[in-house]
Design a protein around this ligand. Structure first.
Ligand SMILES: Nc1ncnc2c1ncn2[C@@H]1O[C@H](COP(=O)(O)OP(=O)(O)OP(=O)(O)O)[C@@H](O)[C@H]1O
Ligand SMILES: [Mg+2]
Length: 294
């Protein structure tokens, strides 16, 4: 029914409220950021909602997060009510090591943003003749990754050069999958593309998890999608499932993340849980402790 056979294997509460001041006082030094692309070439599956909500949930716990809007639709940028003359487009074309003017503060002290603008849609063409045009973002990341604990990249709905750049620059990728009939359509292409990138361009690239989104408990089909996806992808599927929640769809029009717009909503609570699960999966708590002890 969901055409999952061909997807198989080409490649093979802890409380997150960390006391950063205490860790700093103990001599905590930042390691390299966990760079995570949130990607699916299928449109409207929850990439942007997950990018904003997960980044905010982590940042509110005191973790330093940079969120990059890599989509010319700039939904992440407007979802955080951010404006900056200098955007991701300018950052990608910039020369020299100074990146600070492209990074925008948000109302959360530990969440920074590099925003997007429509010029990104012309980048594929503009980059087409450049050497090493799949590594442009990776080279930029080397300048900034020491400044953050997490860097999330909200990818556009395509497998074009920007998404390839994001995957070449990332250690992990998360694939939001909408709990609906065509959920798995295109997933094999995405996973095969990621495999090719892993084999040829970025050996570190790892699927961190498939994130089931817009789950409707009253809908039998939603349950079937969850069942099928878990059956085939097993522990590569996040335990946390994001429910369909109208508050999540309202929040962007107010330019406010769900954690502030409706902190007690089922959507906000699910993204808090996802943040905790991600921290656990990455063993991030341990990394913090080891750093303190060094
Ligand atoms: N869990 C949810 N419950 C209800 N609405 C949701 C949920 N997640 C996302 N939405 C809504 O669904 C629409 C698509 O979500 P979103 O923009 O996050 O997807 P996307 O994958 O980033 O889309 P695109 O491919 O266009 O970038 C938006 O209107 C968003 O507000
Ligand atoms: Mg989006």
């Amino acid at each position: 029914m969901f055409h999952v056979e061909h997807l198989q294997g080409k490649c093979s509460t802890w409380n997150i409220r960390l006391n950063i001041d205490f860790l700093m006082a103990c001599g905590y030094k930042k390691a390299m950021a966990h760079i995570i692309s949130i990607t699916n070439q299928k449109g409207g599956v929850g990439k942007t909602t997950s990018s904003i909500s997960l980044s905010t949930a982590l940042a509110k716990s005191g973790v330093d997060v940079l969120l990059i809007d890599a989509d010319s639709q700039f939904n992440t940028t407007s979802g955080l009510n951010a404006q900056n003359n200098r955007t991701f487009y300018d950052f990608l074309w910039s020369e020299g090591p100074d990146f600070s003017s492209y990074v925008q503060a948000t109302k959360y002290p530990t969440l920074s943003l590099i925003g997007a603008d429509p010029r990104l849609s012309g980048l594929e063409f503009e980059w087409s003749g450049l050497d090493q045009n799949k590594h442009i973002l990776k080279r930029k990341m080397e300048l900034i990754e020491k400044n953050y604990d997490f860097i999330f990249i909200d990818c556009p709905p395509s497998l074009g050069l920007l998404t390839v750049n994001a995957l070449v620059a990332s250690k992990f990728f998360i694939v939001p999958l909408q709990c609906e009939y065509y959920a798995l359509e295109g997933l094999s292409l995405l996973l095969n593309t990621a495999c090719t990138i892993k084999e040829n361009l970025n050996p570190d690239l790892t699927l961190q998890g498939i994130l089931l989104t817009m789950f409707d408990s009253r809908n039998t089909l939603s349950h079937k999608v969850v069942e099928q996806v878990r059956l085939h992808f097993k522990n590569k599927v996040f335990q946390t499932v994001i429910p369909r929640n109208v508050r999540l769809s309202e929040a962007p029009s107010h330019g406010i993340p769900i954690s502030d717009y409706a902190p007690d909503s089922s959507g906000a609570l699910a993204y808090n849980k996802l943040a905790e699960e991600l921290i656990e999966r990455l063993n991030f708590k341990k990394a913090f402790k080891e750093n303190v002890l060094q």
